[in-house]
Ligand binder design. Structure first.
Ligand code: WT7
Length: 649
């Protein structure tokens, strides 16, 4: 049995949840009276303009509604209500990659967000329900934009800055955005990089719905400026009034869209709500990060992903915490950058991705020793399974053997943490997210909803709706139903399936084994193999392609493509082909989806009905044994061919 790491008893006394019994009590409370539990929290945590009169409406599954009739405003929840007791407290501490610093107090945040909200409303005619695409670097203005949208009831869709012009255009068009907000660019690896030209390119290829582009000046590099369409934020915003009344929003009005990849087709616009979303963000800030009044909290994610939304912006601000925003990469100017920042800002909670931990472990194993990291109280990970090596280094060298690691499992669709240790209550171990949070009915089941026995792999499902769940896929309710409520049933009724496989280990803890669908996880970035295949398919000489994830030391998984060529005559070097393919992927999706390796094969294994057997291709790439009868395939010989090629590598 693997060793468990127990929380420090003295520290535990000061925590919100002090031991496993207190955790268990909450679990029981939620089990006995599910709606009562969530209703109690909603009353306690949210400053309602008007109270809700019903906790949960399950009349039209899977379109669940929470806190019916309640009125609120999320920007009010994140800012205004702190003005009395925290007006001069740092809301945001920003550090640029080159070392420039900014501290924004709650009072300043209030003015900035209000001015921005007025600008959006008055100058650009943005009103409740309009979609605004935000394509921005990691700077404070990005949060002003998000909160300004929330203030006036506009629906933001943040697009990660690593996506290409084509990917940006698809997202703008799907959401029918009226306004695009961007920056000239920012700094990365010590050099300026550009975003505005990518917006220009996206808009030159369609995006009829876009009326205006708002540009934040960050790196001061030269940009093209289209008269009548483009506006510079920094000067304009100063002319606006610092007071903007918050729009009164319904609990179920959409707060934002965030596009994510599925196993088929184009990216899905995951739609989140107001009340349920902000409630769960707050509850988990308190339960999982045990956030306290004087804490300095740092989540290193990019706001372009859900982690950035919930745990850099909405969660920390809603609970009145101090949240750090860092612009650049973890290894600039060296692999000690983050630890130096932990020391300088006396960070108490540090939350990052396993891929970053692996990188820093590999390139800067001795770096943590050079800094005083004694302020740290809780460490966190998210996004992918973490290997014991990296976990132990993080635990011992970064956390000094003192800090619990919360391995948090959740998804874009869940809005916030679902499965995670409680820092000072749950004994932890490397590679396990341990138990579901109170009020989250996560279970590993088989196809018909029966809980799997210990040690047996099953589907990770959520058997009851929860407040911060995805409400629908933007403009595509049918796809919403099919994507999440199609595969697994319980008592004959569809339940939410996450797409992940998992097992209960010998402690009864949940261990995530990874996606069981055609979604891969590269450096914590979620990519659909179907999208990458469709890009590669645009190469002139590619007849057929199948993309799978291949285990990778730093990235967790890398993109691996099996390729059948149209003409073997023009078969150049694989290196050449790989280059060509990657330039297509970079153009259609972004550099994050580039292939690490390709393998040219004479055919893909298929069933007699012509379905590509991805499971086999995945197993080979992972170096696993094929425990499936291949003799019934249409072309069993190609499996042997592919296996041989692998052995020769
Ligand atoms: C997928 C969701 C949640 C924010 C970041 C990713 C994987 C997430 C863990 C974890 C193992 C994890 C799952 C999940 N994942 N957290 N702690 N251990 N795997 O959000 O892009 O929506 O991806 O990330 O496979 O389904 P996302």
């Amino acid at each position: 049995m693997e060793k468990l790491f127990y929380p420090n008893r003295e520290e535990a006394k000061k925590a919100r949840i002090r031991n496993i019994c207190e955790y268990q009590e909450l679990v029981e409370e939620a089990k006995e009276d599910y709606e009562g539990y969530w209703g109690r929290l909603a009353e306690e945590k949210i400053d309602w303009f008007e109270p809700f009169d019903q906790v949960l409406d399950e009349s039209n599954p899977p379109f669940y509604k929470w806190f019916i009739g309640g009125k609120l405003n999320v920007s009010y929840q994140c800012i205004d209500r702190h003005l009395e007791s925290r007006k001069n407290k740092a809301a945001i501490i920003f550090e640029g990659e080159l070392g420039d610093k900014r501290v924004i107090t709650y009072r300043e945040l209030y003015y900035e967000v209000n001015r921005t909200a007025n600008l959006l409303k008055n100058r650009f005619g943005i009103s409740k329900g309009d979609r605004v695409v935000i394509y921005m670097p990691m700077i404070p203005e990005t949060t002003f934009m998000m909160l300004a949208c929330a203030r006036i009831g506009a629906i933001h869709s943040v697009v990660f800055g690593g996506f290409s012009a084509d990917a940006l255009r698809d997202r703008i068009e799907d959401a029918q955005a009226k306004l695009v907000i961007t920056a000239d660019g920012a700094y990365r690896r010590g050099k300026p990089y550009m975003l505005k030209p990518i917006v220009d390119e996206a808009l030159s290829k369609g995006c009829e719905s876009v009326e205006k582009v708002l540009i934040v000046e960050r790196n001061g590099e030269e940009i093209e400026y289209i008269e009548g369409r483009d506006y510079l934020y920094n000067e304009l915003v100063k002319q606006e009034s610092p007071i903007c009344e918050p729009e009164i929003m319904d609990s179920e009005d959409p707060l934002f869209l965030l596009y994510t990849s599925g196993s088929t087709g184009k990216p899905k616009g995951v739609q989140h709500s107001q009340a349920g979303y902000i409630l769960h963000a707050m509850v988990t800030m308190e339960m999982v990060f045990d956030i306290r009044e004087n804490d300095t909290y740092w989540c290193t994610a990019d706001v372009g992903w859900i982690t950035g939304h919930t745990y850099i912006v909405y969660g920390p601000l809603a609970v009145g915490a101090t949240t750090i925003i860092y612009e650049g990469v973890p290894v600039y100017p060296d692999a000690g950058r983050w630890w130096r920042m932990v020391e300088e800002y006396q960070v108490n909670q540090f939350y990052t991705a396993p891929t970053a931990i692996r990188l820093l472990h590999k390139t800067g194993i001795e770096e943590p020793k050079k800094y005083d990291l004694s302020s740290l109280r809780i460490l966190g990970t998210v996004g992918e399974p973490i290997n014991p090596d990296a976990w132990l280094w993080y635990y011992n060298e970064v956390g000094g053997g003192r800090c619990p690691i919360v391995d948090t499992w959740w998804q874009t669709e869940t809005g916030g943490h679902m499965i995670s240790p409680i820092p000072f209550a749950t004994p932890i171990k490397p590679g396990s997210a341990t138990n579901p949070l109170p009020g989250i009915m996560a279970e590993i089941v088989d196809e018909v909803g029966n809980r799997v026995p210990q040690g047996e792999k099953g589907f990770l499902c959520i058997t009851k709706p929860w407040p911060s769940m995805i409400r629908t896929i933007w403009n595509d309710p049918e796809r919403f139903k099919k994507s999440y409520f199609g595969d697994v049933t319980k008592d004959g009724k569809p339940i939410y399936f996450s797409g992940d496989g998992a097992i209960y280990d010998e402690n009864g803890y949940i261990v995530i084994t990874g996606r069981v669908d055609d979604v891969i996880n590269v450096s914590g970035h979620r990519l659909g193999t179907a999208e990458i295949e469709s890009a590669i398919g645009n190469h002139d000489n590619v007849a057929e392609v199948a993309v799978v994830g291949k285990p990778h030391q730093l990235k967790g998984e890398s993109v691996f493509a099996y390729i059948v060529l149209k003409s073997e005559d023009s078969l150049g070097e694989d290196v050449e082909l790989l280059k060509e393919i990657n330039s297509i992927i970079s153009k259609e999706i972004g550099a994050i989806a580039k292939c690490d390796e390709i393998m040219v094969v004479s055919g893909l294994p298929k069933t007699r009905s012509g379905k590509i057997m991805r499971r086999i291709l995945r197993a080979i790439a992972k170096g696993e044994k094929i425990n499936q009868d291949i003799s019934t395939l249409e072309n069993p010989a190609v499996v042997e061919e592919i296996e041989k090629k692998f052995q020769m590598k």
